[in-house]
Design a protein around this ligand. Structure first.
Ligand code: PLP
Length: 369
């Protein structure tokens, strides 16, 4: 049987009663859209982070998009971010009419190289968008300082970093707003699509609530500024609400898996993930690196081990973003990484025996490379 890079079925077996009860709770509540479950989840997710507001939305891409709009980012503005991210980060910037401006990533953590950001600021820069990639936080302190000096906003992309802690605090608490995805594979995953944007600015929260509801104040049928229909689904909210109580456990289980890879693959020849000082990594994905990635992946695939690459094509090299004008070679660290990284099976309920087989097979493949 193929070993999958991500799988939820074992977790579902353990939690199915509660998941199905969530569905029943919503269906029997008498309110199917923006009801008690969304309200309750928003309150509890905000409390988990110690922020004032959480606004549930339909997915992580729109959490970024609405976050940008609520922070006042629009056509003509520039947003400084990275190309080593999931394409939706950039799609969301494009969707509000703003222009993404890329800096390269740190060669050890693969996260935004914050030293490069100041030089990328122009008259048109409006927002800095760090991505807490793979489950580890960008150090937002220099970004906040720069933002204060130049009157910029900071939006954190936390789609891969639920529960992660950086030197500056919990992911999602260090910027002006933060965008989360609850896509099923994420550290806090729904049983379908979901997202949320958090903030402690009252005015930003109010804009977010309007933006996800056509541009209306709820129950008030007037649009002042046209918005979207981007509501978090009530059933997904109820599932997320219950799973939120287990987020710390999911993270602890992911760390156990990571430690076992670390021990099992030490001196194997693979470059293992580096955690920056002061960080609590949540291992959304376990990214390793090797110059002969293609051969390694092919041989492991032959042995029934599925692997993934996050991400094989840096966003600036995609045809849909060629108009941004970043030729090949313009972000050398990002481009080299994209050719060498791959991700090992990682999810909280990954059985120990399965992981041991992955480790044994990798060691064997590397020995005979
Ligand atoms: C998953 C992800 C998104 C998009 O989330 P969706 O819920 O799939 O729309 C955005 N940014 C990053 C970094 C992601 O990993």
């Amino acid at each position: 049987m193929t070993i999958r890079v991500w799988d939820y079925l074992r977790e579902y077996q353990e939690e199915s009663e509660e998941i199905l009860d969530s569905v029943r709770t919503v269906f029997e509540s008498g309110r199917l859209v923006l009801g008690e479950s969304v309200r309750g989840f928003e309150e509890e997710f905000a409390a988990f982070h110690g922020v004032d507001h959480c606004v549930g939305v339909d997915n992580g891409t729109n959490a970024v998009k609405l976050g940008l709009q609520a922070l006042g980012v629009g056509p003509g503005d520039e947003v400084i971010t990275v190309s080593n991210t999931a394409a939706p980060t950039i799609v969301a910037i494009d969707a509000v009419g703003a222009t993404p401006v890329f800096v390269d990533v740190d060669p050890d953590t693969y996260l935004m190289d914050t030293d490069q950001v100041a030089a990328a600021v122009t008259e048109r820069t409006r927002c800095l968008l760090p991505v807490h990639l793979y489950g580890q936080c960008v150090d937002t302190r220099p970004l906040r300082e720069l933002a204060a000096e130049r009157d910029l906003r900071v939006l954190e992309d936390c789609a891969q970093a639920h529960g992660a802690r950086g030197r500056d605090g919990l992911a999602g608490t260090t910027g002006d707003a933060a965008a989360f995805s609850f896509y099923p594979t994420k550290v806090l995953g729904a049983y379908g699509d979901g997202g949320a944007t958090t903030t402690s600015h009252d005015d930003v929260a109010r804009k977010l609530r309007r933006l996800r509801y056509y541009g209306m104040e709820e129950q008030y049928y007037v649009v002042d500024v046209p918005g979207h229909n981007s509501r978090l689904d009530e059933v997904q909210a109820e599932i997320l609400r219950r799973k939120l109580g287990r987020l710390d456990q999911y993270v602890a289980d992911r760390r156990v898996v990571a430690r076992r890879y670390e021990e099992g693959l030490a001196d194997s020849g693979l470059t293992l993930p580096t955690t920056a000082p002061g960080n609590d990594h949540v291992y959304y994905v376990y990214v390793v690196r090797h110059p002969r990635r293609e051969e390694i992946m092919a041989r492991l695939r032959d042995r029934g081990i599925e692997l993934n690459i996050s991400y094989p094509w840096p966003v600036h090299t995609m045809s849909g973003f060629s108009h941004l004008g970043y030729p090949k070679g313009s972000l050398p660290v990002t481009e080299e990484l994209a050719e060498q990284i791959f991700s090992l099976p990682m999810y909280p309920s990954l059985p120990r025996e399965t992981q041991d087989r992955v480790i044994t097979e990798i060691r064997d493949v590397l020995k005979h490379l």
